[in-house]
Design a protein around this ligand. Structure first.
Ligand SMILES: N=c1c2ncn([C@@H]3O[C@H](COP(=O)(O)OP(=O)(O)OP(=O)(O)O)[C@@H](O)[C@H]3O)c2ncn1[C@@H]1O[C@H](COP(=O)(O)O)[C@@H](O)[C@H]1O
Length: 110
């Protein structure tokens, strides 16, 4: 795992276990529950799409990078809420290295 992802994974786990919802955004999301976390994932996905469309016209990628960071962050909180972390997703991506996207798609329909 990259240093950034492993540090963030550790912070997210600490906040999930111990933090106070009044002083930690991550703890407040866990306290509100999965539906609130999924609402944030959906919101950030839409904001990322809009920023990418804008970037195509403006040539400025700064907003799409910012929104993608928000999307990744909230996706990591979702995984953490479900007892998973980024390593499970990275392992799945690594498993796909030797497989073309089209082969992988075909294998899903078997
Ligand atoms: N990477 C992030 C991160 N990215 C985005 N955000 C927060 O995600 C929220 C983005 O949602 P919005 O823009 O919709 O903001 P909002 O309007 O306040 O949200 P709602 O009221 O609609 O729920 C903002 O509050 C951001 O501050 C993050 N909050 C925390 N982290 C990391 O998580 C760590 C732990 O954070 P705490 O739990 O707050 O200590 C931090 O040190 C960071 O490393």
């Amino acid at each position: 795992m990259s240093d950034v992802l492993s540090q963030l994974t550790q912070i997210l786990e600490e906040r999930k276990q111990a933090a106070d919802a009044d002083s930690s955004y991550v703890a407040s999301l866990h306290k509100k529950g999965l539906s609130k976390i999924l609402e944030k994932v959906g919101e950030e996905a839409v904001e990322t799409i809009i920023a990418a469309k804008d970037a195509q016209h403006s040539g400025d990628n700064s907003d799409v990078i910012y929104e993608t960071a928000d999307l990744w962050f909230h996706s990591l909180v979702m995984l953490s809420h479900l007892g998973e972390d980024a390593s499970a997703v990275l392992n799945e991506l690594a498993r796909r290295f030797d497989m073309s996207g089209l082969e992988e798609k075909a294998s899903r329909n078997k």
